[in-house]
Design a protein around this ligand. Structure first.
Ligand code: R5P
Length: 295
């Protein structure tokens, strides 16, 4: 008889992934029951017996603010009803991009989000957090915070679905180097990293700084996040001028704000593929195995 020592609780945004993680890590799965009162307040209940170690699975998207509150309430409740250790798997960690006071008086949201989680969790596990000006999770988290990466699973997907002799990998900006270049190198694909200038949250300009032999090739654009989609859309537009065979987009975190998915297909992407850090129809790369290993 297997004695289960872990409870995996799926919160509102990540139930499907939570079930899969529980199966793969030999943990018991519990669904948290969540409702909203007419005034918008959250009601949360953890039903069932919890084990010593509780893992809460919750992506901070969509609706990052209520997702964060659900996570905090669930963590505190789990402790109060008997958990000895409460960890959270937050596949998409929101607020990481506001990592500096760009203008006087601005809130450094990454720091404040971490402050809230530091005060209710014993451990955090996340996937490819947007580390840019904050270089390491240690800079903002006091609790042990583990960064997992989707790169090996994305590399496997590309290797299985594309041929390196007629496909190229592109990173739309310098920050995507850590995904695009690493993935391409690990499977022997040619890669180019472009330059991006951002003029606001919805306006970017892409500069092709390295030309490859694009004509007739499959081009695979890889980035961590697709939010407004404009980084990918502008990259697709630049690439289309170079007459490739087809353009594919792959991301770790499919936020797809403001119909970004549909706009990206309309701009000319043949297929948009994502990892299941945020539930979406485009989820073709399953990270549950990578995550379950950490539990
Ligand atoms: C930022 O530099 C990230 O790596 C992504 O490129 C960015 O978050 C994508 O945002 P959007 O889809 O809004 O252009």
């Amino acid at each position: 008889m297997v004695i289960l020592l872990k409870t995996v609780i799926g919160l509102g945004n990540s139930e499907k992934l939570a079930k899969d993680i529980a199966r793969k890590s030999n943990a018991e799965f519990i669904k948290a029951s969540l409702q909203k009162f007419p005034d918008g307040e959250i009601y949360l209940r953890i039903k069932g017996k919890i084990r010593k170690h509780v893992y809460l699975i919750q992506s901070l998207n969509p609706e990052p603010n209520s997702a964060l509150i659900e996570l905090i309430f669930a963590a505190k409740t789990a402790k109060e009803i008997g958990a000895r250790r409460v960890s959270a798997v937050v596949p998409y960690l929101a607020y990481m991009r506001q990592d500096r006071r760009f203008r006087k008086g601005e809130c450094i949201s990454a720091k404040q989000m971490a402050f809230l989680l530091n005060n209710c969790l014993d451990r955090l596990i996340t996937v490819d957090p947007h580390l840019h000006r904050i270089k390491s999770l240690k800079q903002i988290f006091k609790i042990p915070a583990k960064k997992l990466s989707a790169t090996s699973e994305i590399a496997k997907y590309i290797k299985k679905n594309f041929n390196k002799n007629n496909s190229l990998v592109v990173g739309p900006d310098i920050e995507s180097y850590q995904w695009a270049k690493r993935i391409a190198d690990s499977i022997g694909f040619n890669c180019a990293i472009f330059l991006k200038k951002r003029f606001g949250s919805r306006k970017v300009k892409i500069k092709v700084v390295k030309e490859l032999d694009w004509k007739g090739k499959n081009v695979i654009i890889v980035d961590d996040i697709i939010s407004s989609g404009n980084t990918m859309i502008e990259t697709v537009r630049e690439l289309k001028k170079r007459k490739p065979r087809a353009i594919y987009c792959i991301c770790v975190h499919p936020i797809f704000a403001e119909r970004a998915y549909e706009r990206l297909l309309k701009a000319g992407a043949k297929r948009v593929v994502s990892c299941n850090t945020i539930e979406h129809n485009s989820n073709k790369i399953n990270l549950s195995r990578v995550i379950a290993k950490e539990l």
